[in-house]
Design a protein around this ligand. Structure first.
Ligand SMILES: O=C[C@H](O)COP(=O)(O)O
Length: 243
């Protein structure tokens, strides 16, 4: 199955740098789905800079409510109107920095789906939870709490300790967690859980992408730091499995 390589710029990127990035990305990579999630203000300019290239643009968060007196928040409906196609939800940085619970993530996923966006829901254990051998329990609980009934979208497994650290789990560990997530998805969603893409995220780089993308049940990557340089992002995409 075609893999998805998604870039999460986090709080990085500039308007001034968009044109060069988009030109480089427009060279593209065949047979792989590409998604770039810049900060909110860059969504529309990036869509325009990418023009007719088959590259999706998404957001890094949305609010759970459709509209109203919520200063500083951004609705899923507005993101969809801007042309965003996906929205990352429940990233560990949102869960940690903004105290987002799985219940809130679930409500955001509902709002995103209602607006026609494709949610990419993130789950993953901290280093302390891993050391306490609680990885599967934590991730199962996050899935149970974060996915609305009838959820349709993607999952990203991101061990928190692997994010931006240069460390990754072993291939066996990644495979075991992706299989555990698949089992949870089937249990929660039935048939819909069987084919739902499960991305891996956490220190994916051009040097390790080929190894990671060939692990069974890995449906692509959610890339942070390495998505900021178009050449690195494309190198990772080149390592993805073709359809
Ligand atoms: O959303 C992306 C992840 O947090 C991974 O970030 P990273 O590739 O910089 O480790």
């Amino acid at each position: 199955m075609r893999q998805m390589i998604a870039g999460n710029w986090k709080m990085n990127g500039t308007l001034a740098g968009l044109s060069a990035y988009a030109s480089a990305l427009r060279q593209g990579v065949e047979g792989v789905d590409l998604l770039v999630c810049p900060p909110f203000p860059l969504i529309r300019p990036l869509i325009e800079a990418l023009g007719d290239a088959s590259i999706w643009v998404g957001a890094q968060d949305c609010d759970a409510k459709r509209s109203g007196p919520h200063t500083g928040d951004v609705s899923a409906d507005l993101l969809a109107e801007l042309g965003a196609r996906h929205v990352i939800l429940g990233h560990s940085e949102r869960r940690a920095d903004h105290g987002e619970s799985s219940t809130l993530v679930r409500d955001k996923a509902r709002a995103a789906s209602a607006a026609g966006l494709v949610p990419v829901i993130c789950v993953g254990e901290t280093e302390a939870e891993r050391d306490a051998h609680e990885t599967e329990t934590v991730v199962r609980a996050q899935l149970a709490g974060s996915l609305p009934d009838g959820f349709s979208g993607l999952i990203a497994y991101e061990p928190v300790w692997a994010i931006g650290s240069g460390k990754t789990p072993s291939e066996d560990e990644v495979e075991a967690m992706h299989r555990a997530i698949r089992a949870s998805l089937k249990k929660q969603l039935g048939e819909a859980g069987e084919a739902m893409p499960i991305l891996y995220g956490g220190s994916v780089k051009p040097a390790n992408a080929e190894t990671l993308m060939r692990i069974p049940e890995v449906g692509g990557a959610l890339v942070g730091g390495a998505s900021l340089k178009a050449e690195d992002f494309l190198a990772i995409a080149s390592a993805a499995v073709r359809d």
